[in-house]
Design a protein around this ligand. Structure first.
Ligand SMILES: Nc1ncnc2c1ncn2[C@@H]1O[C@H](COP(=O)(O)OP(=O)(O)OP(=O)(O)O)[C@@H](O)[C@H]1O
Length: 269
């Protein structure tokens, strides 16, 4: 449903996105992972139009993405900045007016389930409740694509679980979700696909299940008879191969292997 091709973005002549490519189909959750400063938030900001892109294409269902598609997207930004004077009711009015696909029933159920006081100013909510409320607005919007920037950052385990469940349930209604996150163990539980971004370039993208099937971890001493060495994971090797050697990797090991590459991670060597 959302396709990004060769997306590029520069600030003051310096390119921070050089080649971002991925696709999110209907009903799928794509995890965008990468180190600090790799370009995750910039990618989201280019999709929403906060920043104009400097190259590449963004497609919504095979049409180039333009202003008219904007209401197809709902965003929960990383900074969770909210208008200081607005309360829950004001936010509800704003979002329900912005989205013609607004789903009143979903919002009502959400407010009742988590006991939100809509007359309270959002600024005074705890960070967890603020995030949960913004996620609630985003899923009530009925938007076809959710863009969530670090949705579980700084949250306690109970709210994390609630947010992961809401995201999964939303995708199961046929919507597409992009989650930027550093929480690889969580992503392994609820995301379908992964895109690894490094220095502004997507270096690997696949379904999580397929990535696990087609990579192996080899410990030192094990002989590699067929496959490609991707990178180091502590003292072991991440290898792309279909043959039955070593052991299957965890998602975190795939991410580390691609990000580390073949250079030694020991600064004392
Ligand atoms: N408005 C801006 N002006 C100049 N440089 C920017 C701007 N926004 C982002 N950058 C730069 O773009 C690069 C990518 O930043 P971005 O916030 O997209 O990374 P990120 O992957 O989301 O990082 P994190 O995981 O730390 O949130 C960084 O080098 C950052 O300094």
């Amino acid at each position: 449903m959302l396709r990004i091709e060769s997306l590029k973005k520069s600030f003051n002549g310096k390119f921070v996105l050089t080649d971002v490519n991925f696709t999110i189909k209907r009903g799928e959750i794509l995890a965008l992972v990468g180190p600090n400063g790799a370009g995750k938030t910039t990618t989201i900001n280019c999709i929403t139009g906060v920043f104009p892109k400097d190259g590449g294409k963004i497609y919504f269902e095979d049409e180039e993405f333009t202003e008219i598609h904007k209401e197809k997207i709902a965003v929960v930004p990383e900074d969770r900045v909210v208008f200081p004077k607005l309360n829950g009711k004001d936010y509800y009015k704003l979002w329900s007016t912005l989205y013609s696909s607004w789903n009143e029933k979903v919002f009502e159920r959400f407010i009742a389930k988590y006991n939100f006081n809509l007359s309270q100013r959002i600024e005074t909510y705890s960070i967890g409740m603020k995030t949960l409320f913004l996620v609630g607005l985003a899923v009530s919007s009925g938007a076809e694509i959710l863009l969530l920037d670090e949705p579980t950052q700084h949250l306690d385990p109970t709210i994390r679980i609630e947010i992961m469940k809401i995201i999964r349930d939303y995708a199961e209604t046929g919507k597409s979700v992009l989650v930027s996150s550093h929480e690889i163990f969580e992503l392994e539980e609820y995301a379908d696909n992964i895109a690894i971004i490094k220095e502004g370039r997507v270096i690997f993208t696949d379904s999580i299940d397929h990535a696990k099937e087609t990579h192996k971890i080899l410990s030192s001493g094990e002989e590699l008879t067929d496959g490609t060495i991707i990178g180091l994971v502590k003292n072991e090797l991440l290898v792309k191969t279909d043959i039955e050697i070593g052991r299957y990797p965890k998602l975190s090991e795939i991410v580390i292997g691609y990000l580390t590459g073949k250079q030694s991670s020991n600064i004392f060597e």
